[in-house]
Design a protein around this ligand. Sequence first.
Ligand code: ADE
Ligand code: ZN
Length: 326
Amino acid sequence: MSQFANLPKVELHLHLEGGAPPEFIRELAEEKGMSLYGVFDDEGNYKWHDFTSFLDTYHHACSVLTGPEEFRRLTEAVLARSASHGVIYTELFISPDICGGGDQAKWQDYLDAICEGCANAGQTHGIEARLTGTAIRNLGPEAAVNAARLIAVSANHWLTGFGMGGDERSGDIADFAPAFAIAEDGGMGLTCHAGELVGAASVEQTINALNVQRIGHGVRSIENPDLVKRLADENIILEVNPGSNVSLSVVPCWKDHPIQALREAGVMVTVSTDDPPFFHTDMTREYDMLAQTFGWTEEDFVEVNEVAIQAAFCDDETKARLTERL
Ligand code: ADE
Ligand code: ZN
């Protein structure tokens, strides 16, 4: 067993549907008599070969998540798995475009079910969760404004953040500023995927256009030393997902992953899994690989987890409780 398996961990970047174990999706498909042709490979793992096909498989797998009850079950399954890897706090990305197709009443039903799943998992496994509602970039700025409105009006104990994922190559980030402004006015924490599929300029444009505290990925910032300095100076936190980056060929291999260089340059980095079963990873494996590749020790992980608590979209009382548990 890994020496890090039971180390308490804080995760800030986990897509709820992207955390769905393939068995969970297969079982639901069987229950419903739905075909998922092309979603799985011969070994029963998710099948994809590049970012576009990854997103296609992701959304195809989601087609069996037909209602709020499926999302409650999914939330419990994903949080149980996280807790089994020592995760004490996690932030899940959920989307009103996936949960209810952008309709307010439907979204509220899905959200209530997901919150119930968070509460149940908290009781059963002792894991704390928060939710970041996301817009999907490739659906465009108008859909993002709609998503932001739905998220801002339904903010609650669990739903505390707003973010954006999807295809970073799509659209001009400045056009999404109105959506982020709505969420900011609603008091949500803000994060946005950037610097994953597109280079440093994408991160720079994102922090110029949006008032985000965190960047999802951001690893390609390493291509511009001035930007790296700015991230460090402005305390912008990176939600780094090393295994995801290696798997999606954002970086060639673990040894060449910029997390070490970014951290050495004073950038506040955190460690997450993104969509763990798609990338054959989990939080324990991420820690094992960082220890193997860069010699990170328990002290390094505690430090990274302290950064994650600081950057978490939760109240100070929760942060104090989490710090105790580290
Ligand atoms: N949605 C799920 N995973 C994602 C990723 N790695 N980048 C952008 N959008 C995503
Ligand atoms: Zn992501």
